[in-house]
Design a protein around this ligand. Structure first.
Ligand SMILES: [Zn+2]
Ligand SMILES: [Zn+2]
Length: 360
């Protein structure tokens, strides 16, 4: 009995070894077969079609200028009914949107909160992919406070040579030159009241001024669709405007920076003989919000869910999320999450549900 069991195990191991050997021998053909499946699936994916009717918010970049394995430059995807928007385009925006299943050619509009480089260093790539992915004949609208015209015109110049190569190579029918670049839509807002800047397909996007001084202008956004709503704080120190605009929203995506953790970097920089970095670390604290301050805004505004984004500094060691939050969980009584790339929050139309998932 015992020996027959040992024999069966032996035969199984031999069979397994044989199968692995075969797979190894044919690994090149196997990898191509798998690649065909994956590429086919990826190209057939259409996020907008997959999602239920409602308001959906994804972090296509949950980080700040600090390098962090889980968090790239600031980027927030919003799908509302039939519309798809991107708010800010940090360094990995285009690639992360692809991982989420976004067909870049279907992006209806891009919105910028302000012109710090980390919020737009992925914009050139995004404009290019939006143009060539479906051969759009009209440039994508890029909304932002005054100054957005310079950004859009500058990128147009940077990419002008690339445009000529692509039109020459693929032809006007595939990449019509009329669709190259972006179309700037500047608007002016105050902190006192929000301004309706986009309205179509049942979706409203409102902007309001936030406090990121000395960075002027800097804005946050409120997006609503079918009774569901989200506020994006943009970069700001604790702001009365965010508190007001976020009253009762389902989701608040708020920036957050931990002063004690940033101080560790500053102190280490000083010890390492890098006073410049120490000064930068001291300066950045005063125009951002701590997790506790973001939690207080969320609590005062009675929001349904607080998703922290624009996370600074990096949190590479297990347990650091807890240190980052500090006392925030005691201040805000609702659910709170330290965002990472790929986070996805769905607010189905006609319900109160808040569904949290990962797109990658
Ligand atoms: Zn900023
Ligand atoms: Zn920033």
């Amino acid at each position: 009995m015992k020996s027959s069991l040992s024999r069966r195990i032996l035969y199984s191991l031999v069979a397994l070894g044989f199968a692995l050997g075969l797979a190894w021998a044919f690994r090149a053909s196997l990898s191509v077969w798998v690649a065909q499946k994956v590429v086919g699936q990826r190209l057939a994916t259409e996020l907008k079609k997959e999602l239920s009717d409602g308001l959906h918010v994804g972090l296509c970049g949950a980080g700040s200028p600090f390098p962090d394995d889980k968090r790239t430059g600031p980027c927030t995807l919003v799908v509302a009914g039939s519309k798809m928007f991107v708010f800010d385009a940090g360094n990995a925006a285009t690639r992360n949107l692809g991982k989420m299943g976004v067909n870049h050619g279907q992006i209806d509009a891009i919105f910028l909160t302000h012109f710090h480089s980390d919020h737009l260093d992925g914009l050139g790539e995004l404009l290019l992919q939006r143009w060539i992915s479906t051969g759009n004949a009209r440039p994508v609208p890029v909304y932002g406070p005054p100054g957005v015209q310079r950004v859009v015109a500058g990128l147009r110049e940077v990419y002008a040579q690339d445009e000529s190569y692509r039109v020459a190579h693929h032809g006007e029918a595939i990449v019509p030159s009329s669709g190259f670049g972006g179309e700037a839509h500047p608007f002016e807002v105050t902190a006192q009241r929000n301004l309706l800047i986009y309205q179509d397909g049942g979706v409203e996007v409102r902007a309001f001024a936030v406090d990121h001084a000395p960075v002027h202008p800097a804005v946050g956004y409120r997006i609503s669709y079918q009774g569901r709503s989200v506020v994006l704080s943009g970069d700001t120190r604790p702001s009365e405007a965010v508190r007001e605009q976020a009253q009762g929203v389902d989701l608040l995506v708020h920036e957050a920076l931990s002063e004690p953790l940033v101080r560790i970097i500053g102190d280490a920089a000083l010890k390492a003989g890098r006073p410049n970095v120490k000064k930068l670390m001291s300066d950045i604290v005063d125009y951002h919000s701590s997790p506790e301050q973001a939690a207080q805004v969320a609590q005062d505004a009675q929001v349904g869910y607080l998703l922290l984004s624009h996370i600074a500094p990096p949190l590479p060691i297990p347990g650091m999320d807890k240190a980052f939050l500090g006392n925030a969980e005691a201040i805000y009584k609702g659910p709170i999450r330290v965002g990472i790339d790929g986070d996805f929050v769905s607010l189905p139309a006609g319900s109160k549900e808040i569904l949290v998932s990962k797109r990658f």
